[in-house]
Design a protein around this ligand. Structure first.
Ligand SMILES: [Zn+2]
Length: 92
């Protein structure tokens, strides 16, 4: 039997996914929130900023980016990170 450690609460559990059954509903809610955010706002903001805006921890966002459904966005984040800090923010 393979026990896995939950990425959210640290409890051990026996099922698929990165989080235990107890955390899975909150985790999938945050994943949906993150996905919706990217669809509406693109990937101009860094993970740190998105984390603050959505109230989702950076470590979870980074984990979501490892998922198949975010495959297309990962490169965007890596490309936009160095520039977005200086250029785009000033217009606010
Ligand atoms: Zn958990």
């Amino acid at each position: 039997m393979n026990f896995k450690k939950c990425s959210r609460c640290g409890n051990f559990y026996l099922s698929k996914g990165d989080v235990c059954p107890k955390c899975s509903s909150k985790d999938s809610f945050e994943l949906t929130t993150f996905k919706t955010y990217i669809e509406q706002n693109g990937t101009e903001n860094s993970i740190e900023i998105i984390s603050q805006e959505l109230g989702i921890q950076v470590k979870h966002l980074n984990r979501f980016l490892g998922y198949e459904e975010f495959k297309n966005y990962v490169n965007d984040f890596e490309l936009s990170k160095p520039q977005s800090k200086n250029n785009k923010k000033v217009e606010l």
